[in-house]
Design a protein around this ligand. Sequence first.
Ligand code: COA
Length: 187
Amino acid sequence: MHLERMAGDTEGLHTVATLYAAVFSGPDGRPDSVVEILGRLRRHMGYPGFRGLVLREGADTIGFAYGYTSLPGQFYRTKLERALRPDQAETWLSDCFELVALGVRAGDRRHGYGRALHDVLLDGVPAKTSVLTTEASNTAARSLYARRGWEILCPDFDPMGHGELFVIMGRRLPLSREKRATAGHGP
Ligand SMILES: CC(C)(COP(=O)(O)OP(=O)(O)OC[C@H]1O[C@@H](n2cnc3c(N)ncnc32)[C@H](O)[C@@H]1OP(=O)(O)O)[C@@H](O)C(=O)NCCC(=O)NCCS
């Protein structure tokens, strides 16, 4: 079992997109196609601050996690801004890493892999906060995030206007080495 950086090479990324399709449903309840997911992953990899991890065992992809710097004008960021109060948006989005997706293959859950992917992905992220959304009904994810220090910022976020409710969660991040250096605290 090993963790590697999510990279743009087609073969490796295809396995991630396939697992993504197995783990997440699209807005209509059906999974997006692997081709759609691949296109989105490639686009997201070009965003500032992109970080991605893949957990593999031999040739098998067991899990993945990724995110990027949340910036004004991004599609989902705009939805988050509208859902949060202005003071919340200022606090949580002004220097923020968005945790976009975290998934573990169904047969490999409850072995600590989700927690490990979460912790390694966020380790050293040079931002003050992180935000994510997950389905309000997603007990497993909500429990994982609550145990890792995330708080609920909005309990009834309806990003697509379909009545499928999500929660917006936020977590303050420790000051990264990079930020400490910029602030004059040394390495
Ligand atoms: C959420 C998910 C990533 C958790 O992965 P995992 O590898 O099973 O998680 P871990 O084994 O590291 O568990 C960490 C914590 O998550 C919580 N958790 C995980 N599965 C749970 C479940 N079925 N019910 C309740 N809590 C659960 C627990 O708090 C657990 O801590 P504990 O084992 O000390 O009780 C996994 O269930 C998954 O891929 N789900 C589908 C995709 C998804 O919903 N992703 C998150 C939204 S972006």
